[in-house]
Design a protein around this ligand. Structure first.
Ligand code: ATP
Ligand code: MG
Length: 304
């Protein structure tokens, strides 16, 4: 009896041992499978890492190449502009002398042609100066020449620059400067802010039909001066409110009989305002609904 029970027990233990062995073998297989999977994942990660490194190197190379190309472009534009300005100054200067009739009278046709030469020369010079300015700003070589500027006086002076054109086209011009700006001066680059105003006003005059209206407004809120140039002209579609600030961008189908431009004025103006720590943007209710250009100048940032 005892012997039978012992044998049974022994049989059970042997079976259990068998199962345990099988279980251990299964476990080992699972562990080995998982280890292999882990090793494969690790390898895949390493390959990915290498690929990423290669891509990073490519990206750095392209960045360096783009930087070098950009520097070469700026260098090229800068030297080309200087080369072009010398003969242009001769063209403009000599056509001025001829127009003044120092060396004798001109018949009507000659006077007409000389006027054309002079105007084209001036236009080309302005274009070259703008291209040079843009490339300077982009190369980070443009600097501000700061002095204490009275914005109210500057606005009146800018308005005077386009008065003749405005009168010729029967456009009404209004200026409203808030009282707290009358005596206030801020540190700014007078020539650049004037250039911005001249461009905004000549655009307003260019894109506003005869009998229209241009209004200039300046206000101060806390430490921010806000200048607005609004017109009752052809307006700008919502889709183009940002693109007009891209270099050379011009809306097709503008006013044909007024002097065409190059599309650099707004790009340059925005950069000049940003250099002062301000912002310049456009608003319009759409084509035909007039346009408003607004720029801000921060008192605190500029005087710092
Ligand atoms: N006041 C405005 N009303 C309607 N459209 C405008 C106005 N100002 C600018 N635009 C549009 O934005 C474009 C870009 O203006 P921007 O001043 O940069 O160039 P431009 O006046 O054409 O040439 P440039 O200023 O170089 O002589 C203009 O060609 C015009 O299509
Ligand atoms: Mg312009």
């Amino acid at each position: 009896m005892l012997w039978r029970r012992c044998k049974e027990q022994l049989n059970r233990s042997e079976k259990e041992l068998e199962e345990l062995k099988k279980y251990t073998a299964d476990l080992e297989r699972i562990v080995s499978d998982k280890t292999r999977a882990l090793e494969e994942a690790h390898m895949a990660l390493q390959v990915l890492n290498i690929k990423l490194e290669v891509q990073k190197t490519h990206a750095e190379e392209s960045k360096l190449r783009a930087k070098a190309a950009n520097a070469a472009k700026s260098e090229f534009l800068s030297s080309m502009s200087h080369e072009l300005r010398t003969p242009l100054n001769a063209i403009i200067g000599f056509s001025e002398i001829l127009q003044d009739r120092y060396f004798g009278d001109l018949n009507e046709r000659q006077a007409d042609y000389i006027k054309d030469i002079w105007e084209s020369g001036k236009h080309l010079l302005a274009l070259i100066n703008d291209v040079l300015d843009i490339s300077k700003v982009e190369a980070g070589k443009m600097e501000l020449d700061l002095s204490q500027v009275n914005i109210s006086v500057l606005l009146l002076g800018s308005a005077a620059m386009i008065r003749e054109k405005v009168v010729k086209h029967n456009i009404t011009m209004r200026i409203a400067v808030s009282d707290d700006l009358e005596t206030l001066t801020i540190a700014a680059d007078e020539i650049k802010i004037k250039q911005v105003m001249f461009n905004l006003l000549s655009n307003a005059a260019k894109f506003t039909p005869d009998e229209g209206e241009i209004s200039i407004k300046a206000t101060k809120q806390d430490s921010i001066i806000r200048v607005t140039v609004a017109d009752t002209g052809i307006g700008i579609s919502p889709m183009e409110l940002e693109s007009i600030f891209d270099p050379f961008y011009q809306v097709s189908g503008g006013i044909k009989d007024k002097t065409p431009g190059t599309g650099l004025g707004l790009a340059l103006s925005r950069r000049f305002i940003e250099m002062h720590g301000g912002q310049l943007w456009a608003e319009s209710k759409g084509t035909g609904a007039g346009s408003t250009f607004i720029f801000t100048l921060s008192l605190r940032q500029i005087t710092d």
